[in-house]
Design a protein around this ligand. Structure first.
Ligand code: ADP
Ligand code: NI
Length: 207
C-alpha cells in the first residue's frame, strides 16, 4: 500500500472516531492542524512529511473530553492500525504524541522532545488562536453551556471570555518554532482587538 492509500485509510478511521466531537474538534480542525503542521514542517525542514501528517491526523484521537477514560483503548486502536499497515515501528512515537499534545493533558508521560510533537503542538495551538480560535472558544463554551461573560467576578470564572486570560492569550509565548511564532503574531493581535471591542460594546455608553 502506498502512502496516499495509507493516509486515505487513516482519514477514514479518524472521521469515524471524531463524529461525536464538537465542531471545534471536528474533521475540519484536524484538516487545519494538518495544513498548519505541513506548513511549519516545510519551513523548518524538521521531519518526514508523512510522519508529520499521520501525527496531525491522530493528535485528538484519544482526547479525554470525548473518550472519557478510554485513552488506552484509543491508543490500542491506533497501534493496531499502524501494525496492520506495516507501520509498527511508528507506534511509540505516534502514541507518545497523542498522549502529550494537549495543552491541558493530564496524561503527560515525561518530557518527550520529538520534533514532530513540537510541530503538532504548535499547529494545535495556532488553531486555538485568531478568528478561528475565537469561534472555537465560543462554540465550546456554548457546548458546555458556559456564560459568554459576566462583570460579576465569581460568575465570570467559567465564562468563555475568562478562557482568553486562562489560555488563549498565553499561547503565543508557548510556541516552539519560529514559523509558528510568525503566524501567531497576527492571530494574537486579532484576539486583543476582539476583547477591546467586546468590552466597548458591553459597556456601551453612546457613540
Ligand atoms: P487542547 O487540545 O490543547 O487540550 P483543548 O482541547 O482544551 O486544548 O481546547 C480545544 C479548543 O476548545 C480550543 O479552541 C479551546 O480554546 C477550546 N476550549 C477549551 N476549553 C474551553 C473553555 N473552558 N471555554 C472555551 N473554550 C474552550
Ligand atoms: Ni487538536
Amino acid at each position: 500500500m502506498n502512502k496516499e492509500e495509507l493516509i486515505n485509510k487513516a482519514e477514514c478511521i479518524v472521521k469515524k472516531k471524531i463524529a461525536g466531537y464538537d465542531s471545534g474538534h471536528d474533521w475540519w480542525h484536524i484538516t487545519r492542524v494538518r495544513n498548519l503542521s505541513k506548513y511549519i514542517n516545510d519551513r523548518e525542514n524538521l521531519e518526514d512529511s508523512f510522519l508529520v501528517d499521520l501525527a496531525a491526523m491522530f493528535h485528538d484521537y484519544g482526547d479525554s473530553k470525548f473518550s472519557g477514560n478510554n485513552h488506552e483503548e484509543c491508543y490500542l486502536e491506533i497501534n493496531k492500525f499502524l501494525n496492520d499497515n506495516g507501520l509498527g515501528d511508528l507506534n511509540n512515537r505516534i502514541t507518545d504524541i497523542m498522549k502529550n499534545v494537549s495543552f491541558s493533558s493530564k496524561m503527560r508521560s515525561g518530557n518527550i522532545e520529538d520534533p514532530v510533537l513540537l510541530i503538532i503542538q504548535d499547529a494545535d495551538k495556532l488553531d486555538a488562536m485568531g478568528a478561528i480560535g475565537i469561534a472555537r472558544a465560543f462554540n465550546y463554551g456554548g457546548f458546555r453551556n458556559n456564560l459568554i461573560y459576566s462583570p460579576v467576578k465569581e460568575e465570570n470564572k467559567n465564562s468563555t471570555i475568562n478562557h482568553f486570560y486562562e489560555k488563549l492569550l498565553l499561547l503565543k509565548s508557548m510556541l516552539h518554532t519560529e514559523t509558528a511564532r510568525v503566524i501567531a503574531h497576527e492571530r494574537h493581535e486579532i484576539m486583543e482587538v476582539f476583547l477591546r471591542q467586546f468590552y466597548k460594546e458591553w459597556n456601551f455608553n453612546g457613540v
